[in-house]
Write a protein that binds this ligand. Structure first.
Ligand code: SAM
Length: 297
């Protein structure tokens, strides 16, 4: 008996051969051929008939078709124009799919949110690894009205996104993601679930976008800059990391004073601090900067 996976693999092969399609490495083209993984993505994303789904990089339409069976509408944004006629063929049975030939980094997600204001907006993708962080951070930082982002990413990146303080995977990405979202890893995906087979394993991560951030901070950008600075040199103390990346205009003694004011030990490292700790530190720095400006005036 043929297993479902062999069917998806055979189907994918048949489409590739029919169109004489050649994979483009620069677009991160690794197509999913495992239907168990496909159902895990669908279960995690919880797509239903009131949802408008933006799919990033539909490839030959494997994930698109599964989403279209559940969603009100699927907007599939594909950069590779040679895939467009293939998608028009593989998705021809659906009248709720819109195929857009565009770079997702230039795509206007807000226009979709405005057009379908009464629906829930969800992002689903087997992401090309080279744009994983930029695209996710772009959606989050612009505060686009997206309910959730369910994506296949490189396994290490998924674990970094979900990591807690004082663990080896914890870093700036963990904090930036967890400021906006509640992450959970829905599946580990070995490299043999794709053709062509990538050099790394993957994982599916669901990011539920929070209505309100878990901490309040006076200047979010300043907090993010401090976080990036704190993890700029993993083995160094927070004090040295901040000083070595410019100190936000403060001398080493002043940074020490700031750390004391926030009740942090001078030997503390960024990897032990929580999001609340960074918010507190950012507020102390923000106020000190404000005072500095007042003094200069
Ligand atoms: N979703 C398909 C699947 O799961 O089999 C294909 C996934 S493949 C890893 C990534 C897809 O994203 C490719 O189809 C690639 O052409 C497309 N892509 C790469 N960069 C893109 C970009 N900047 N904007 C839109 N699509 C992109």
């Amino acid at each position: 008996m043929i297993s479902i996976d062999e069917t998806l693999f055979a189907k994918t092969k048949a489409i590739i051969n029919k169109y004489n399609f050649s994979f483009k490495k620069n677009f991160g083209q690794n197509f999913l051929i495992d239907s168990h993984v496909l159902s895990k993505i669908m279960t995690a994303s919880e797509i239903c008939e009131n949802d408008v789904v933006i799919e990033i990089g539909p490839g030959i339409g494997t994930l698109t078709a599964a989403a279209a069976e559940r969603a009100f509408k699927v907007i599939a944004v594909e950069i590779d124009r040679t895939l467009i006629p293939i998608l028009e063929d593989t998705l021809s049975r659906f009248n709720n799919v819109e195929i857009v030939n565009e770079d997702i980094l230039k795509f206007d997600v807000m226009a979709i949110a405005d057009k379908y204001g009464d629906k829930k907006l969800k992002v689903v993708a087997n992401l090309p690894y080279y744009i994983t962080t930029p695209i996710i951070m772009d959606i989050l930082e612009k505060r686009l009205p997206v309910e959730s982002i369910t994506v296949m990413v490189q396994k290490e990146v998924a674990y970094r996104m979900g990591a807690k303080p004082s663990t080896k995977d914890y870093g700036a990405l963990s904090l930036l993601i967890q400021y906006f979202c509640e992450p959970y890893i829905a599946a580990n995906v070995p490299r043999n679930c794709f053709i062509p087979r990538p050099n790394v394993d993957s994982a599916v991560i669901k990011l539920d976008v929070l209505k309100n951030p878990p901490v309040e901070v006076m200047d979010r950008k300043l907090m993010f800059d401090i976080i990036k600075s704190a993890f700029s040199q993993r083995r160094k103390t927070l004090l040295n990391c901040i000083f070595n990346t410019g100190g936000f205009g403060f001398s080493k003694d002043e940074i020490l004073e700031i750390l004391n004011q926030a009740n942090f030990d001078e030997r503390v490292r960024g990897e032990t601090l929580t999001l609340s700790d960074f918010a507190l530190l950012a507020d102390v720095i923000f106020e000190k900067k404000g005072n500095g400006i007042m003094e200069e005036l």
